[in-house]
Design a protein around this ligand. Structure first.
Ligand code: HEM
Length: 390
């Protein structure tokens, strides 16, 4: 349960100023959805106010980092957003993503083959953290011998968005991110010269809707975005979803008996314990949110996790219910023009991981070591340790 979100949703029209976030925290489903829909009033062009955007302009490495990272289309409005996003459209449809099922299955079985029945394993480092990195590396076309580096680089880049990473740690994360950018630039140059049937080859040759291919810096920024956007989120889907299966034996027995329920189970996992709790938007003009008049220039933080448990939309919202069907329309991937590009891939990863886990270890249960929550930041929610006995 999220008692604080419940309280915030039911008081002050569900909108509260947070001095910590310097932003208006928005908790009701209808308001979160409207903010996501009305992209003209609620802009995403705000890289400069994210931790990654707060760079030291006197430092050449920081400047180069910001020049590339600042081009992420997630932090852009139309027309820039539309043009860049159009290069990803075809590659990430649910039908197109199906062709990556073997890669997802390979990554999952390689990890699960290491698990001995009867032993205790911590699912976070041994499964949840590795599947998304292995999958994206294999889809992009990163050579296998570089996967180890690729993982370290991806984590370093993700940490530049973490407000807790400061000083020397931040400098180091920025330097490592530059190594990642150089690596992606080299790989893109190779694929431009000789396509290899992987995602980088597709993207370097795909024309945007104004008929051009992406420029060099723009391209590197988006490839790196696929890593940060897809890693920790999918890791948390696996960790949070496993926890829900442990805590809801009835639902789990149903899924084990009828694996066709798994896609609904994944939607319910995403609704009730979403990997990303918060996002952020900047008001381009004065607007009313939840009855409160907010001036242009204000920041709002739509809280996905609070919206996903709004009883106005989800009856008995705290219950893990496999049978919500169309009534289970959660906002874990948000809504509107910034709806998660990787949603179909994340769903596929969840399906393959839980299907294999339940097939191989149908009786897995909580381990003797305690599970430990991650408390890294206020944006994403997941587990540091999730020990289970197989
Ligand atoms: C955007 C959630 C997995 C790539 C988003 C947004 C959310 C989200 C909420 C909207 C952010 C905003 O506009 O403020 C998730 C969750 C995931 C997941 C919960 C896993 C369970 C992935 C994966 C990839 C990915 C696997 C790619 C491989 C992206 C990209 C965007 C995005 C590129 C930016 C889209 C845009 O701005 O138009 N994601 N994501 N995500 N996600 Fe995901």
């Amino acid at each position: 349960p999220f008692p604080l979100y419940d309280e915030l949703r039911e008081t002050g029209d569900g909108v509260h100023y947070s001095s910590l976030l310097q932003s208006h925290f928005v908790t009701r489903y209808a308001d979160v959805r409207r903010i996501a829909t009305d992209f003209r009033t609620f802009s995403s062009d705000l890289f400069d106010v994210t931790p990654a955007g707060m760079h030291d302009a006197g430092d050449a490495e920081h400047r180069r980092f910001a020049e590339i990272a600042g081009r992420l289309f997630m932090f852009a409005d139309p027309p820039v957003h539309t043009r860049i996003r159009s290069t990803f459209r075809a590659a990430f449809t649910p039908e197109a993503v199906e062709r990556w099922r073997p890669a997802v299955l390979d990554a999952t079985t390689a990890l699960l083959d290491e698990f001995e029945p009867g032993t205790e394993v911590d699912l976070m480092p041994r499964l949840a953290a590795d599947v998304p990195v292995a999958v994206i590396a294999s889809i992009l076309g990163v050579p296998r011998e570089a996967w180890g580096h690729f993982r370290t680089w991806s984590f370093a880049y993700a940490s530049t968005f973490d407000p807790m990473v400061q000083g020397a740690r931040r400098d180091e994360a920025i330097r490592t991110s530059l190594a990642l950018f150089d690596f992606l630039a080299d790989l893109a140059a190779q694929r431009r010269a000789r396509p290899a049937g992987d995602l980088i080859s597709t993207i370097v040759h795909t024309r945007t809707d104004d008929g051009d291919v992406l420029g060099e810096v723009e391209l590197i920024a988006q490839l790196a975005l696929l890593l940060v956007a897809g890693n920790e989120t999918t890791t948390n889907l696996i960790g949070n979803g496993s926890t829900l299966l442990l805590d809801n034996p009835g639902a789990r027995a149903e899924i084990t008996a009828d694996p066709a329920l798994l896609p609904d189970a994944i939607e319910e996992m995403l609704r009730i314990d979403p990997p990303l709790h918060l996002t952020i938007r900047l008001l381009t003009k004065d607007a009313t949110v939840g009855g409160q008049r907010l001036p242009a220039g204000s920041l709002v933080s739509p809280c996905i996790a609070a919206a996903n448990r709004d009883p106005r939309v989800f009856p008995d919202a705290g219950r893990f219910d496999l049978h919500r069907g169309e009534n289970g329309k959660h906002l874990a991937f948000l809504h509107g023009i910034h709806f998660c590009v990787g949603a179909a891939l994340a769903r596929l990863e969840g399906q393959v991981v839980f299907e294999e886990m339940l097939r191989r270890h149908p009786g897995f249960h909580a381990g003797t070591e305690p599970a430990v929550r991650r408390t890294l930041n206020s944006v994403s929610r997941g587990w540091e340790k999730r020990p289970v006995v197989l």
